[in-house]
Ligand binder design. Structure first.
Ligand SMILES: CC(C)(COP(=O)(O)OP(=O)(O)OC[C@H]1O[C@@H](n2cnc3c(N)ncnc32)[C@H](O)[C@@H]1OP(=O)(O)O)[C@@H](O)C(=O)NCCC(=O)NCCS
Length: 165
């Protein structure tokens, strides 16, 4: 799976490649760009060591040493998948990398004959909710006052599901 786009006059091509334990430091740095409470290198390393956890990095073709443009981490257990986190570098958003990464997870779960993919998303996260709806997820529940906000009242987590069968 690959995505090709032009950004500020330069053609760029990204591939979804499987995450490795060695990616932990790059993931924590990217994660800090997407979330108020970043996860540490150690947390990513521990997650990547778990047998049920897998993920993909969006790597730029022709730039093997460069940091990934984004990544997704997921878990599969008992025939169901769950998205643990998804982040695209701010400068590369709205170029198709989020779609590329989610598509890689969906393909992997199809191959493993999983039945459904679940995720939780902040109700106020318009970009992520739009991406998930476009990918065929629908809301199946909500956890009220789930996410703390710096200045605003707590917001709900939407629980979303995408059938795979
Ligand atoms: C959510 C996120 C991963 C989306 O990644 P992305 O690479 O920008 O998304 P894509 O370019 O693949 O977008 C695919 C579709 O999603 C929707 N979408 C993505 N960003 C959007 C935005 N800012 N506003 C509205 N719709 C959006 C659109 O339908 C888009 O298709 P289009 O560009 O043809 O209209 C990215 O914004 C991000 O990293 N946010 C911070 C971390 C985060 O919120 N992660 C999700 C936690 S659950």
């Amino acid at each position: 799976m690959r995505t090709l786009f032009s950004l500020r006059g330069r053609r760029r091509e990204f591939l979804a490649e499987r995450l490795l334990s060695a990616d932990a430091a790059a993931l924590s740095s990217l994660h800090a760009d997407g979330f108020a409470r970043p996860w540490s290198d150690g947390e990513f390393a521990a997650l990547l060591d778990q047998e049920t956890v897998f993920g993909f990095a969006a790597r730029e073709v022709g730039r093997p040493g460069a940091a990934p443009g984004g990544f997704v981490l997921a878990r599969q257990a008992a025939g169901e998948g769950e998205i643990l986190t998804l982040v695209v570098a701010p400068a590369l958003r709205r170029c198709g990398l989020g779609w590329l990464l989610m598509d890689a997870v969906l393909r992997e779960l199809y191959a493993q004959r999983a039945e459904a993919l679940f995720l939780e998303v902040d109700e106020t996260n318009r970009a992520a909710v739009a991406l998930y709806r476009k990918l065929g997820f629908s809301q199946v529940g909500a956890r009220p006052a789930y996410y703390a906000q710096k200045t605003a009242p707590r917001t709900a987590a939407l629980v979303m599901r995408r059938d795979l069968v």
